[in-house]
Design a protein around this ligand. Structure first.
Ligand SMILES: *[C@@H]1O[C@H](CO)[C@@H](O)[C@H](O)[C@H]1NC(C)=O
Ligand SMILES: *[C@@H]1O[C@H](CO)[C@@H](O)[C@H](O)[C@H]1NC(C)=O
Length: 253
């Protein structure tokens, strides 16, 4: 069972925890010069200081051809304190992991940060996704998948209501002891129609990569979707023990 072996290897690496400074993933593209690098530092400082109060910022620093565009966002259910520490980690880690890149992105559960020499604001981006799936599968896939679909329809509709700013979340009881939790979040620079499209594409991966799995997460530069059989969004009823059952299943093209 090569597959299981691979999953075990990932398990050792992946104590996937939103509070850890280790990101869920990063993407580094194309090199940059020193002027751009200096502007990236200034941009990151601004993202770190300004994101927590509103949970989102899209801005730029410098002048063409050294201008850099940046976006930082926290998940809509995350407090400004958690948002602040997540963005700080993100800004630090993205510089360490992508030291010379003019196009870089970093993903956490609580936040996402990105910069580029190209103005990407408002553009839907569903390339370079990251997918995490639970290694365990559900015992009653028919009911589970029906409930999952219904819940996702609800929270996707929520996410594209203007006042919700791209966030949809909800839960549904599957049995006395089992509850399904799900959350979707678009970056707030997206038009609602693009948000809907991003969420549809993201959730479309469930069937292929996470069929019948107890949990799944897809992270794109424009949106995040996740479901679990334990609470993972705020307000948290209890803090779930760290689960080692999550693993990287795929890097989406
Ligand atoms: C980047 O593009 C967006 C969307 O087209 C636009 O609203 C914004 O003004 C641009 N930013 C800059 C700094 O040019
Ligand atoms: C979490 O871990 C603690 C200590 O290891 C244990 O006592 C508790 O039962 C666990 N809780 C759950 C929900 O698994």
């Amino acid at each position: 069972m090569t597959l299981n072996y691979k999953i075990l290897l990932f398990l050792a690496l992946c104590i996937c925890n939103a509070e850890s400074a280790d990101p869920l993933g990063q993407f580094c593209n194309t090199g940059s010069g020193s002027q751009i690098s200096a502007n990236i530092d200034r941009l990151l400082a601004e993202l770190v200081s300004k994101t927590p109060s509103y949970g989102f910022i899209a801005t730029s620093y410098g002048r063409n051809p050294y201008q850099v565009f940046g976006l930082a966002q926290c998940r809509g259910d995350v407090s400004s304190t958690d948002c602040s520490s997540c963005i700080q980690d993100a800004a630090k880690q993205i510089r360490q992991r992508c030291p010379n890149q003019a196009d870089a992105r970093i993903w956490y559960d609580y936040c996402f940060l990105r910069y580029s020499t190209k103005n990407f604001t408002g553009e839907i981006d569903t390339y370079n996704g990251i997918l995490y799936g639970n290694v365990e599968t559900v015992t009653d896939p028919d009911t589970f998948n029906k409930e999952l679909e219904t819940l996702f329809d609800q929270i996707r509709a929520q996410a594209v209501e203007t006042r919700n700013e791209g966030l949809g979340k909800g839960k549904t009881k599957l049995s006395t002891f089992v509850t399904l939790y799900a959350l979707v979040q678009c970056t707030r620079d997206l038009a609602l129609v693009d948000c809907a499209q991003c969420l549809a594409i993201a959730a479309g991966n469930f069937e292929k990569f996470c069929k019948d799995r107890k949990g799944c997460r897809v992270l794109y530069s424009s949106c995040y979707v996740r479901y679990e059989l334990y609470p993972f969004f705020f307000p948290l009823i209890f803090k779930p023990n760290r689960t080692l059952a999550d693993t990287v299943m795929a890097i989406l093209p």
